[in-house]
Write a protein that binds this ligand. Structure first.
Ligand SMILES: Cc1cc2nc3c(=O)[nH]c(=O)nc-3n(C[C@H](O)[C@H](O)[C@H](O)COP(=O)(O)OP(=O)(O)OC[C@H]3O[C@@H](n4cnc5c(N)ncnc54)[C@H](O)[C@@H]3O)c2cc1C
Length: 507
């Protein structure tokens, strides 16, 4: 069953049409919900606090021409198994824009800076083994185990935030080496023995992940996705999805309408917005709130139950920071780099190269730094110019060309942790994930919730979309208190079971 079928179910069971829904936030969750609610015969309006739609989908274009090179400051890749995201790509007529996203560890010419030593990425584990010694030269373990562990450490050092790097180190020292030693690692080394296939190891040996600490185990799931060879992107920018969705919605999308207070009443919600400095309060029958909880918790909230307030106040967000350089030319191609990412070391961590072709006359773009967690927070504490200098100084250790006068034409950066409209990069459900997201999505009378923080796939578009479709279903089936008509059949499954039944079979 796909999205259409889930939503057509709402039509088939004759849910009441003609509801008016006020949607808070014009990110992907708000837009998908608006699009589907209108298709089901309802009317919507969207209140967006910032001057821009798209939220954490933000394609920054260096110039106004249609072929200007661009950087993705938010979402940049779509895993090929994220069917819900791909459904809307297709629905918006963007299938022809889908192309491969070359990810970290896919470009063997990419580089790595380990404590000042600049290496090709494929050589890094061997050098790490030689320089670190310790467990990597412990001959109680086979050469294959030590080499594999060194690769694993290289991958985790490149992608994971600081706390999980430490957890991995602890797990490795205490028992993961023994676990690796037990496994037949041969199938997971490339023919030349120079690289490993971590994805296959993790998917074919669930016992390995089970031996990791809980946070690390869940993060390994993200690593599997991030290092998958089946990642896609939208040529021309991810914001095309946002623009097409917005163009398909008839209801008004009101930017510069900052929600400052929400009051839940028995059968309606009162919303107070600040528009051009003026406060306005509206009475709304149905509201779908996609405002991240990191922002929502700072608003004036009344009529919420304690459990919900607990979820709003305690959902944990992980910061994320990106810095992009518009460069005069794609000088990295001279080193044979056609995409993927290098590890620039220090606090800069991942440096991504474009795997789409830009018009060379307009230069190119390097996503010079992509950080999450403590590294992102540190960068967020710098002023923008300090951040640019820091990233340029660090990345130029692997790419001295960056310091050639005139090479950097322009720069762009965002520290999502400081961004007023999300106050964080993404939620972390690296423990107790199920009950967290169920609490986050639970409605308060006619106030419904969606967004990546309300889903089983936090930090992915897929999660935002899934939660939006779920919320649409809940709103459409909702019976106003005054009505006493029969409850439609499709509503009988509730809570988590309903969600899994609906979504698990939907895409
Ligand atoms: C650095 C980074 C990289 C990512 N990479 C990927 C990736 O490669 N692939 C992928 O699938 N996902 C990725 N994601 C995740 C993805 O971007 C998000 O899951 C998704 O965009 C969130 O959408 P949303 O609608 O849930 O929230 P948002 O996009 O945050 O939308 C919420 C909206 O509410 C508005 N708002 C906030 N406060 C108020 C207020 N008071 N009043 C009115 N409006 C308000 C905001 O301006 C925003 O428009 C990434 C995220 C980040 C930060």
């Amino acid at each position: 069953m796909d999205t259409k079928i889930l939503l057509e179910q709402c039509q088939l069971v004759n849910f009441q049409k003609g509801k008016h829904i006020t949607i808070l936030g014009a990110g992907i969750a708000g837009l998908v919900a608006a699009y589907e609610l209108e298709r089901l015969g309802h009317t919507v309006e969207i209140l967006e606090g910032s001057l821009r739609i798209g939220g954490r989908v933000w394609t920054h274009r260096f110039g106004n021409s249609p072929d200007a090179p661009y950087a993705e400051l938010g979402a940049m890749r779509i895993p090929s198994e994220h069917e819900m995201t791909l459904h809307y790509v297709r629905e918006m007529g963007l299938s022809d824009k889908l192309c491969k996203f070359m990810t970290v560890f896919e470009e063997s010419n990419a580089m790595m800076n380990i404590n000042g030593q600049v290496l090709k990425m494929k050589d890094a584990p061997r050098v790490l083994q030689q320089t670190e010694g310790g467990i990597f030269s412990d001959t109680r373990y086979s050469e294959k185990t030590r080499a594999f562990a060194a690769w694993l450490k290289t991958i985790i050092n490149t992608i994971a935030p600081g706390n999980l790097r430490s957890e991995f180190e602890r797990d490795l020292q205490s028992h993961l080496m023994d676990e690796l030693e037990r496994l037949d690692l041969n199938p997971y080394f490339s023919e030349d023995g120079e690289t490993i296939d971590l994805n296959s190891l993790l998917s074919q040996n669930p016992s390995f992940r089970a031996k990791c600490s809980q946070g690390l185990d869940i993060f390994l799931g993200d690593i599997m996705t991030e290092t998958s060879h089946d990642l896609l992107q939208l040529k021309g920018g991810m914001d095309q999805l946002i623009q097409r969705l917005a163009a398909s919605i008839k209801g008004e999308i009101k930017c510069n309408s900052e929600v400052v207070a929400l009051s839940v009443q028995k059968d309606h919600v009162e919303i107070t917005t600040k528009e051009n400095g003026q406060l306005h309060t509206r009475h709304c029958d149905y509201v779908l709130c996609t405002i991240p909880f990191s922002v929502l918790r700072k608003l004036e909230l009344s009529g919420f139950d304690d459990d919900k307030l607990d979820s709003i106040h305690n959902t944990v967000y992980c910061p994320g920071t990106k810095v992009a350089f518009h460069t005069r030319e794609s000088f990295w191609q001279k080193d044979g780099i056609k995409g993927g990412a290098s590890f620039s070391g220090e606090g800069v961590r991942q440096t991504y190269y474009p795997s789409v072709k830009f018009n060379p006359e307009r230069g190119s773009v390097m996503l010079a730094s992509y950080t999450i967690g403590d590294d992102a927070q540190r960068m967020g504490m710098m002023s923008e110019s300090e951040r640019f200098d820091y990233v340029q100084n660090t990345v130029s250790k692997i790419h001295p060309e960056l310091n050639t006068p005139g090479m950097i034409v322009d720069k762009a950066s965002i520290a999502w942790g400081n961004y007023k409209w999300s106050a964080g990069g993404c939620t972390i459900h690296w423990d107790d994930s199920e009950s967290n997201y169920l609490k986050a999505q639970r409605a308060q009378n006619t106030l419904f919730f969606a967004g990546e923080h309300c889903s089983r796939f936090p930090a992915w578009l897929q999660g935002s979309i899934e939660s939006a479709v779920e919320a649409v279903y809940d709103i459409v089936k909702h019976q106003p208190a005054v009505q006493s008509t029969a409850i439609p059949v499709a509503v009988t499954v509730s809570g988590k079971n309903r969600q899994l039944a609906a979504v698990g079979s939907a895409w």
